[in-house]
Structures are given as structure tokens and as C-alpha cells.
Design a protein around this ligand. Structure first.
Ligand SMILES: Cc1cc2nc3c(=O)[nH]c(=O)nc-3n(C[C@H](O)[C@H](O)[C@H](O)COP(=O)(O)OP(=O)(O)OC[C@H]3O[C@@H](n4cnc5c(N)ncnc54)[C@H](O)[C@@H]3O)c2cc1C
Length: 401
């Protein structure tokens, strides 16, 4: 959806855009089940099927695939409408998409480099939540430096034989397809000779081994490819286009994926304050000048983060590439949100069985948020890597020798 300025160039008039935002707000307010709101006392973690149904309903209501062409199941709107919906989504503490890799990474790549047949076969199924995707980039020896990846794809006539191993593959256990980055040449070729594939996860020779994360979820996995044979029609783009396509994925991941983040961050901060206020003992923490200063700092960070999102949208709308500035956005949101999660956890650590029910809910929420936030400065490129990119590509500083 965000891969191509052309897709962001059919904005509605200001009036129609405002009506669209109201529609998003009203629809979400009247349809989001209370048990899916993390700040509700009725909250329970939705099952995969509940999330699937919810996101399919959002798509039907015009709240997913906003910028995708209608011929592929999208709504043919502009990036501003996409942003407006994201702002409304972020205003409610609803679950993250269970198909963000399909909707925000695989979909844009397929639109960018896929054949017409691939677009028609994959894109509508992603939006209708019939098919989930995972992203098979990282390997045990190739994470920050993806150019070291070893998973090998060898052409055999009209098919490809794939051997290798991926790791940290989010959502692999539920995925129908893997957006796989593989090597057609030797490791010495580095960025050349990389190729992207859409590999069906039920192909013989694929083995998924779940990895438990710190928050006790099986959200990612190791994926082994042993003599996996796919037809040439599984190839996404030309043999040497793999690296350029991978960079597009990484730019989306860093700059524009989950655009609702700062608005959700604001909702989390609002929840923390409401939860502390709901309890006479805990509300005293809010009188502390140090706590007030920290909350004020967080508010400033949220505003700055909103500014970075708006700037990315403006750049894409103007036909410019976000490029290395995506690293600035990624670094900023992950570091600020991780620090906030630590602060929030310290505020809810006094909450016990005698505290108000909302405070107890907040304790569970912020404990999970804190644990997951440890990963935020790692996935989509670590903070150190973003700092390197900012130094070299934005500030044009010399590389360290
Ligand atoms: C929750 C989560 C979900 C993920 N989901 C996926 C997924 O779906 N698909 C996928 O392909 N990958 C996924 N990843 C993997 C993620 O992209 C990698 O973990 C990340 O790119 C870092 O690679 P690495 O783990 O190999 O660490 P390494 O690259 O080995 O880095 C180790 C340490 O060295 C530092 N370092 C490395 N290079 C440099 C450098 N040049 N300069 C300074 N410091 C450096 C790093 O910052 C880090 O601190 C996920 C990771 C997490 C945590």
C-alpha cells in the first residue's frame, strides 16, 4: 500500500476525507468488541479466528487496503485516508493486526515487482484475511547484515530448489506463504544474486520450529528449507532484483508500517494515567513532580513521532522516497516507546490485588508491553544499525575503518 507514490495520489477532497475519518471513528466505536480493548475490564486475548474475523470486517468496512487498487480488493483511496484510519485505530487500544506482514510488507512488494497473475492471486486473499504471510529474511548468521544470507535457490529448468535456514520468522506457524529472500549466486556476491520468492508454507521440505519469546508467546520460529522445490511462478521479480525489493520492505518496515504507532502510544499513556487515577493510593504517584516531568517528556516525544509520520506521508504524497530517513523514524519510535514501557512498568509495579480493577488490568497490559518493547529496538533493524545508517546516509559522515 505504501510502496509507490502513484498509489498515494488519488486523495479525496478535504470534505470527503473528513467524512471518511468520521466513518472510521463511528464504525470502530460501534463494532470493536469490548473484549478486544486492552483498557477494558472485559479484555481477553482474542483467538486467531476472532482476529481474522475482526480484520476481515474492518476490510469490508473500508478500513484496510485503503490505498490498494480496487481491482485487487483495495479501496483505491490515498495515503491521507490511510493515515486518517490509522489515527482512529491508534486511538483505541485494539489488538495489532495478525496479518501486518501480508498487508504492509508482502502486499506492497507484490504490487511493486509481482506479475499480474501474482497480484490477482495473492492480493485479494491478503485483504480478505484468507491468507497469512511471514517474512523469511533473517538467518542465524545474517540479521543486521542481510547480504551474508546463505539460503540457496538453484534453478532447475522451470523450477527452483531451495535449501537453507531462516530464524526469528514472525507468524511462521500460521502463515500460508513465506516472503523468502534467497541467494542464487555465492555468499561473496553479497547484495547481488538475491532473489525473492512467494513460497507456500505447505511445500514438502519446510519445517517450522517455534521459538518462545520473553513474553511467553510462540510468535516467531526457525524455518528450515530442505530440498524445497517451487515452480518459477513462485519467483517475485527478476533474479537480481532481490536486494532492491528487500530494501523496499525494510524502508516500509522502518518508516510507514503500523502508522498508528504514535496515536496508540498516546492511548497507552492515557490508559496509564486513567488507571493510576482510578485508585486512591496510586493516584498520589501522579502528584510527584518527577512523574509529571516524565509524562510531559513522553507527550513531547509522541508529538515529535506524529511529526515524523506526517513528514513521511507528505514525502510519499510528493513522490519522494522516504529512504534513509526511515531509520530516523524507526530509531525514534523504538527507543522512546521502550523507555516509556519501562517507566509505565515502574508506575504499575505497586499495583496489587487490593488496587482498583482498572489498575490491575493496567498492570497486566504494561507488563506485556514492557516485555515486548525489548524487541522493538531489534526487529526491523537494531538501533545500532539505524545509527550507522543515519551517520552515513543522512549526515554523510565517513565510514569507520
Ligand atoms: C520480535 C522480533 C520479530 C522478528 N521478526 C522477523 C521476521 O518476521 N522475519 C525476519 O526475517 N526477521 C525477523 N526478526 C529478526 C530481526 O530482523 C533481527 O533480529 C535483526 O535484524 C538483528 O539481527 P540479529 O538478531 O542477527 O543480530 P546481529 O545482526 O547479530 O546483531 C547483534 C548485535 O550487534 C550489533 N550490530 C550488528 N551490526 C552492527 C553494525 N554494523 N554496527 C554496530 N552494531 C552492529 C546489533 O545492533 C546487535 O546489538 C525479528 C526479530 C525480533 C526481535
Amino acid at each position: 500500500m505504501l510502496h509507490d507514490p502513484d498509489l498515494a495520489s488519488t486523495p479525496l477532497s478535504a470534505d470527503a476525507a473528513a467524512r471518511y475519518r468520521r466513518h472510521a471513528r463511528d464504525w470502530l466505536a460501534s463494532h470493536l468488541p469490548t473484549h478486544m480493548r486492552a483498557d477494558s475490564l472485559d479484555y481477553r486475548s482474542p483467538t486467531l479466528e476472532e482476529s481474522r474475523e475482526w480484520e476481515a470486517a474492518m476490510h469490508q468496512a473500508g478500513l484496510a487496503g485503503m490505498t490498494w487498487p480496487t481491482v485487487y480488493g483495495g479501496h483505491g483511496l490515498g495515503l491521507r485516508e490511510h493515515l486518517a484510519v490509522n489515527q482512529e485505530v491508534g486511538a483505541l487500544l485494539m489488538p495489532d493486526s495478525v496479518s501486518s506482514i501480508g498487508k504492509e510488507l508482502a502486499g506492497p512488494i507484490i504490487m511493486g515487482v509481482g506479475t499480474e497473475a501474482q497480484k490477482q492471486s495473492f492480493l485479494p486473499n491478503i485483504l480478505a484475511m484468507r491468507e497469512f504471510w511471514c517474512q523469511g529474511f533473517s538467518e542465524p548468521d545474517a540479521g543486521s547484515d542481510l547480504a551474508r544470507l546463505r539460503t540457496k535457490a538453484v534453478r532447475e529448468g522451470e523450477q527452483w530448489r531451495i535449501n537453507g535456514q531462516k530464524i526469528w520468522t514472525s507468524g511462521a506457524a500460521k502463515a500460508h506463504y513465506c516472503l523468502l529472500l534467497a541467494r542464487t549466486g555465492t555468499v561473496a556476491d553479497r547484495h547481488r544474486g538475491l532473489l525473492m520468492f512467494a513460497v507456500p508454507m505447505d511445500t514438502p521440505g519446510i519445517r517450522v520450529v517455534p521459538i518462545k519469546s520473553i513474553d511467553n508467546k510462540d510468535s516467531f520460529a526457525e524455518v528450515f528449507f530442505d530440498d524445497v522445490v517451487v515452480p518459477d511462478s513462485a519467483r517475485l521479480g527478476a533474479p537480481d532484483e532481490g536486494w532492491a525489493a528487500a530494501l523496499k520492505v525494510l524502508t516500509i518496515e522502518r518508516a510507514t508500517n503500523r502508522m498508528y504507532r504514535p496515536w496508540r502510544f498516546e492511548s497507552e499513556m492515557g490508559f496509564l494515567v486513567r488507571a493510576l487515577r482510578s485508585d486512591p493510593l496510586l493516584s498520589r504517584q501522579l502528584e510527584d513532580a518527577g512523574v509529571q516531568r516524565q509524562l510531559g517528556d513522553v507527550l513531547g516525544e509522541i508529538d515529535a513521532h506524529k511529526g515524523l509520520v506526517h513528514r513521511s506521508v507528505d514525502q510519499i504524497m510528493a513522490g519522494e522516497s522516504v529512504g534513509a530517513r526511515g531509520s530516523l523514524t524507526k530509531l525514534f519510535w523504538s527507543e522512546c516507546h521502550q523507555a516509556f514501557a519501562g517507566f509505565a512498568l515502574s508506575q504499575v509495579s505497586q499495583i496489587g490485588p487490593q488496587s482498583s480493577p482498572l489498575a490491575q488490568r493496567a498492570r497486566k497490559f504494561f507488563t506485556q508491553a514492557y516485555l515486548f518493547s525489548r524487541a522493538e529496538t531489534i526487529y526491523a533493524g537494531t538501533s545500532e544499525v539505524q545509527l550507522d545508517l543515519i551517520a552515513q546516509r543522512i549526515l554523510q559522515l565517513p565510514r569507520e575503518h
